[in-house]
Ligand binder design. Structure first.
Ligand SMILES: [Zn+2]
Length: 216
């Protein structure tokens, strides 16, 4: 099969969304079309792809704002985690898969940044859509220590995937717009800490660390 995979800049706060498709089958999905649903639908049309599903990584408004327009334009149902408050036709849970042509998209439930956050993983091409759980060089914000601990546990799940898995985040917050599990293990300060306690401490100290190392 021929893979179609496009990272699309959606506007907003450097939001990134994705078109993922099986060209031979002519079928694909849109992920987090957010602020530019028309641009995502246009890319699918240009690639002659019929969109079978619109997927949200999580229910924050900057990821869901394009849902109504994207689903109306494509006729495709919205896919969200079972706990999401979003009205959606398809609700997925941990470990569930979705076939799109010959692609198999696996969903992992990864709460912390948001209770209904999912990762989307395509094992054959080792593509991992990480939403706001993992950015390049950073991790998603959390509002309290309990959520930060939950996020730590979710990150451990992600780190069990193969090192050459490519990482595709929900915002372009890093030094490049994508990464790999190996690169993040080697360079992301939030993945280099030894345990949840150190992870919480780094989150607390992050404003100072950023300033010290000139990070943005
Ligand atoms: Zn978010």
């Amino acid at each position: 099969m021929q893979l179609v995979f496009e990272q699309i800049r959606a506007g907003g706060d450097r939001n990134l969304g994705y078109l993922l498709a099986d060209r031979d089958a002519g079928l694909g999905v849109l992920i987090d079309p957010s602020f530019s649903p028309e641009a995502f639908v246009q890319r699918a049309d240009d690639q002659k792809i019929t969109i079978t599903h619109v997927i949200n990584t999580h229910s924050h408004p900057d990821h869901t704002s394009g849902n109504a327009e994207a689903t109306a334009a494509t006729g495709a149902p919205l896919v969200v985690h079972a706990d999401a408050p979003t009205a959606a036709a398809v609700r997925v849970v941990e470990g569930q898969s979705l076939a799109v042509g010959s692609l198999v998209l696996q969903f992992f439930h990864v709460p912390g940044h948001c209770a209904d956050h999912v990762l989307v993983y395509e094992a054959r091409h080792r593509l991992l859509i990480t939403g706001d759980l993992l950015f390049v060089g950073k991790v998603g914000g959390t509002s309290n220590d309990a959520d930060a601990r939950t996020e730590w546990d979710s990150l451990q799940k992600l780190l069990r995937l193969p090192d050459d898995t490519t990482v595709w985040p929900g915002h372009d917050y890093g030094v490049r717009p994508s990464s790999t599990i190996a690169l993040e293990k080697a360079s992301n300060p939030f993945l280099r800490v030894p345990d949840a306690g150190a992870f919480l401490a780094l989150k607390r100290d992050w404003p100072d660390v950023k300033q010290k190392y000139g990070l943005r």
